[in-house]
Each structure stands twice: as structure tokens, then as C-alpha cells.
Design a protein around this ligand. Structure first.
Ligand code: GLC
Length: 556
């Protein structure tokens, strides 16, 4: 494990999805000025780094992950001056800003794609153009959003590859000119003073020669070929060397279908990035396909996350949600009676595992999933694409049949507007919000959480302090206890330095009933470092945990 001390290991990251964060001009869409207006909130949480989802010029088919100009700001979000103001304001507050880097694909509105389509000198090879067999696609790869990964272009008379929406064409990284253009653009942003990148689906950039057919049994057909492709490691190393290696940055790459072994190549001390986002824990409640429900159980979640805790040769990034995932209290705990306790329980987990915690907007006030009741209400290409695909295949006739799974899984759960106060549209906008506001906003909002001394929000602040004050929570080793327990997640963190050994015990009850922990470490439980219930009974070696109770003890 990588123990060298660096700022980004000690940091807490706050993720802002600008479209849904705060609208300053009443058009119903969040914007950069809106972000600036709410920086007090982010600072008061104790965040050190802001990850800003894409704000570049884009037709917004996939909310900015379809970029048409990497060096311009999307009009609805403001101007480059607004962005520069934001960077200055963030830096003035002693925080840092990392930008989303989306270079596996561009929008089909990007100049490169237009030139490629028109066959302009050297540009055809910027993307993957292939002849299908008549109307048939060149291979059986699927888009992550459902349907074929190929789209016929009438003008060219060939098909181009898109691993996501048909407006997101995959760049051909085997073409050295593409890589050069990408590095030049990255350096342009680094020169502007940003503090790093979150790198979108970055392990998909290398596709194997001949683009062979994938296993049709895989939900995302072709994934075994395009994830961690033959040159992925080499291209990422080249990218690091040519760009951010010369700066004091933080980088985190989103990696699809990556296991601990492959991940270690990417993030070990001499690997090309500092951290990565894997998905293994995000699949514990997903069946073979996006639309197939699966019960999750705590032992699986513990096993997956513990494996990464102990086996990764590198530094973990810790996330339970983001703009692509449902809300955590709804997903892993209880968004009803025990919303407060369970929101704090999950926060305790996030801040006491080994790695850098990422908090997604709204998580700090315990926002919940939205009760979607028709496809029309949704904006997310993935949910719509997956449902439409199943309808076309005759597997589903009506939305009602998949309503439960869409409610549980849709990315739009994370994208409903941030809930600031009790006023109309939760204080997000004076206009009509681009996506519905969750009906629970009168109860769940920042203003209410500020007034309530016992809120989830206040608890996040406490956790940030606790992590700052306890090195063992940042740099300590992780050891899972009672792995087979179905309700409790218990672990020990241990840090040995010249000054001696510090140990803490974390015990989390994921059940809505009282649960007794029988574990040897309880005998050594000393002072309570942090807990999500007010009064913590002293222990005599027996820990009786109330519903969703979380406790962190010093070990004596
Ligand atoms: C990543 C992004 C997601 C986007 C996709 C395609 O998974 O997080 O929001 O739709 O890549 O760019």
C-alpha cells in the first residue's frame, strides 16, 4: 500500500453536477455563477477539492459528456470569465478544482468529427469508421446506453463507433495525432491553473486490432475487448508523462470493468494516475442486466470493498454514489424512518475506510431517490435507452413493468436539483427546473439541515474534522472483522509510526433492528471517536447497536 503522505490522500472531494446544483439566472439550468454563489456551503463542509462535472461546450445529449469544444464553456453555464472567477474563488478559499476530462469520445458536433465526416485531410482516422455488411454493423459491440455501438452515416456511407450515445463518437487513440491534440488541450487547462482531472471512462481508450465480436451473453457486449484494451496502459502512461506529471495535480480515472490487479497497474506508485473509480461495489445489487433486479446483501458489499481495501497496490478512492448512481440512503440503507441515522451510517463508512472520500452533492443532506412514474419524466439516456431496448425486443410492454427497477437504478435519481431550502423548486431556480425536484424537498434541504444541530449535514462536518485529527483514519491499515455477519460491518484501522500504534474500531449496523456485536475487539473499546447516536452506552465488551447505529472507538 502506498503510504507516502500527499495532500490528495488527506483531502475530501466534493462533486458538483453543475446542471443541477444552483441556477443563478432563472433558466431552470444550474450554472457557474450559481456554483460560485454556493461555495460557502462547500467550504463549510470542509471539502478540500471540488470535482466539477463537464461544463464545456456541448449539445448536452449526455449532459456535457458529449463535448463539441474542449476550450469553451457551455452557454447555459456561463462564459470562460465565469469559469475563471470560479477557479479564483475556489483557490481563494484554499480549495482546489479538478475538471472532468472526456476524451474517449467527442460529440459528433465537434469540429474533429465534422472534418472526419467530410474526409478532410488526416481527419478520417480520428474516429473508427468501418463498413458494415449492408445495414449490419461491423461487429456486435453494444452501446453502454443500449442498442448497437455503431451508427451509419449517410454522407460517408460507413458506420462509426460509439460506445455511448450515437452523438458520442469514439476517438481513435491509435492515431498519434489524436493523442497529441488531447495532450495539447489538457496542457491548455493545466496552464489555466486547474488542480487535476477526473478522467471519464479512461480505460476504454484502446480498442484491439480488428475490433473482434464480443461475448453476446455480456450485457455490455464487447466489454472484454474495449475495457483495458491492448494499449490502455501505454496510452495512459504517455498521457501522464506529456501532461500532468509536470504539475502538482490529483488525477482519478473512471475505469469500467477493472479488477484490483489491473487497477494496481494504473494506480501503483509509478502508475499513470493517482486514483481510480472502479465499479465492483456498484454491482452488488445489479443482476445480469441493467433491468434485472437483484437483492444485495451486506456480506457481498463488505467482501468487495474489503478486497480493494487490502489488495490494491495504490490509493483507494471512496465513493458510494455520484451523478451516475442512485441516492445512497435509498440504495444501501433507509430513506424513510431511519433516513437520518442511515445517512450518517453511510457517511461514517465513507470517512473511515482507507482512501480519499468523494461526497456527491446532496449526499450531505441525505437526498433520496425520486418516485419516477413514466419515461417522459426521465432525461437520462441510459434509463431511457435500456427501457426502450427491452420494449423493442418485446420483453417489456409498459413502463409499469420496469418502474421499480428504474426508480431504484436511474441515474436521474442523482440529477434532480439540489435542495437548498423550502421555497418553490427547493431554492434551485426561479424558473422551471430542467428536471423535477424531489417532492421531499420541504423536509430534506440545506436550510433545514443548517437549523438542525443533529442533521446529517452537521455530522459530515464532524467527520471531516475527525478524519483531519486522526491520522489513523487516513493512513492506517484496514482489517475486516466478522466478515460473515449479515447485519454488521466491523473493521479495525491500525497505524504504526515512531510514536507508537494507533488503533480504531469501526462498527456499523446496517439493519433496522437492534444488533449485538460479539467481537474480541469490543473488549478493548475505549473512547468514542465519533458516533451517529447521541448517547453511546459504555461497553463491557458487548456492543448493542441500535438501528443503523455507527460507532468509532479508540482501541486500548
Ligand atoms: C461516464 C460518465 C457518464 C457518461 C459516460 C459517457 O460514465 O460518468 O455520466 O454518461 O461516461 O461519457
Amino acid at each position: 500500500m502506498d503510504r507516502e503522505r500527499t495532500w490528495w490522500k488527506e483531502a475530501v472531494v466534493y462533486q458538483i453536477y453543475p446542471k443541477s446544483f444552483n441556477d443563478s439566472d432563472g433558466d431552470g439550468v444550474g450554472d457557474l455563477q450559481g456554483v460560485i454563489d454556493r461555495l460557502d456551503h462547500v467550504e463549510s463542509l470542509g471539502a478540500d477539492v471540488i470535482w466539477l462535472n463537464p461544463v464545456y461546450e456541448s449539445p448536452q445529449a449526455d449532459n456535457g459528456y458529449d463535448i463539441s469544444d474542449y476550450r469553451a464553456i457551455h452557454e447555459e453555464y456561463g462564459t470562460m470569465e465565469d469559469w475563471e472567477d470560479l477557479l479564483a474563488e475556489v483557490h481563494d478559499r484554499g480549495m482546489r478544482l479538478i475538471m472532468d476530462l472526456v476524451v474517449n469520445h467527442t460529440s459528433t458536433d465537434h469540429e474533429w468529427f465534422r472534418k472526419s465526416r467530410e474526409g478532410e485531410d488526416g481527419y478520417r482516422e480520428y474516429y473508427y469508421w468501418r463498413d458494415g455488411d449492408g445495414e449490419e454493423p461491423p461487429n456486435n459491440w453494444k452501446s453502454g446506453f443500449g442498442g448497437s455501438a455503431w451508427e451509419r452515416d449517410e454522407e460517408v456511407g460507413e458506420q462509426y463507433l460509439h460506445l455511448f450515445d450515437r452523438t458520442q463518437a469514439d476517438l481513435n487513440w491509435d492515431n498519434a495525432e489524436v493523442r497529441e491534440d488531447v495532450y495539447e488541450m489538457m496542457n491548455w487547462w493545466l496552464e489555466k491553473g486547474i488542480d487535476g482531472f477526473r478522467m471519464d471512462v479512461v480505460n476504454l481508450v484502446s480498442k484491439p486490432e480488428g475490433l473482434p465480436d464480443g461475448d453476446p451473453e455480456q450485457d455490455w457486449t464487447g466489454i472484454e475487448h474495449f475495457a483495458n484494451g491492448p494499449n490502455a496502459q501505454a496510452y495512459l502512461e504517455e498521457m501522464a508523462e506529456r501532461t500532468y506529471d509536470d504539475y502538482d495535480t490529483m488525477t482519478v480515472g473512471e475505469c469500467v470493468d477493472v479488477d484490483v490487479e489491473t487497477a494496481s497497474d494504473y494506480v501503483s506508485a509509478d502508475g499513470p494516475m493517482d486514483m481510480l473509480f472502479h465499479f465492483e461495489h456498484m454491482f452488488v445489487d445489479v443482476g445480469d442486466r441493467w433491468l434485472s433486479p437483484a437483492e444485495w446483501d451486506l456480506t457481498d458489499l463488505k467482501a468487495v470493498m474489503s478486497h480493494w481495501q487490502t489488495e490494491l497496490d495504490g490509493w483507494n478512492s471512496l465513493y458510494l454514489t455520484n451523478h451516475d448512481q442512485p441516492r445512497i440512503v435509498s440504495r444501501f440503507a433507509d430513506d424513510g424512518e431511519y433516513r437520518r441515522e442511515s445517512g450518517k451510517l453511510l457517511a461514517t463508512l465513507l470517512f473511515t475506510l482507507s482512501g480519499t472520500p468523494y461526497v456527491y452533492q446532496g449526499q450531505e443532506i441525505g437526498m433520496t431517490n425520486y418516485p419516477w412514474s413514466s419515461l417522459d419524466e426521465l432525461d437520462d439516456l441510459q434509463s431511457i435507452g435500456k427501457v426502450e431496448e427491452a420494449m423493442e425486443a418485446g420483453e417489456v410492454d409498459a413502463f409499469e413493468e420496469v418502474q421499480d427497477i428504474v426508480r431504484a437504478r436511474s441515474r436521474d435519481n442523482a440529477r434532480t436539483p439540489m435542495q437548498w431550502d423550502e421555497s418553490e423548486h427547493a431554492g434551485f431556480t426561479d424558473g422551471d427546473p430542467w428536471l423535477a425536484v424531489n417532492p421531499d424537498y420541504e423536509e430534506v434541504n440545506v436550510a433545514a439541515a443548517e437549523r438542525d444541530g443533529d442533521s446529517i449535514l452537521q455530522y459530515y462536518r464532524t467527520l471531516v474534522d475527525v478524519r483531519d485529527e486522526n491520522d489513523v483514519l487516513v493512513y492506517g491499515d484496514y482489517q475486516l472483522l466478522i466478515p460473515d455477519h449479515e447485519e454488521l460491518w466491523a473493521y479495525r484501522r491500525t497505524l504504526t509510526t515512531d510514536g507508537g500504534t494507533d488503533e480504531v474500531l469501526v462498527v456499523l449496523n446496517f439493519d433496522d433492528t437492534e444488533t449485538v456485536a460479539t467481537l474480541d475487539d469490543a473488549e478493548r473499546a475505549g473512547e468514542v471517536v465519533v458516533a451517529n447516536y447521541d448517547e453511546v452506552p459504555t461497553t463491557d465488551g458487548v456492543l448493542t447497536l441500535r438501528p443503523y447505529e455507527a460507532r468509532v472507538y479508540e482501541l486500548e
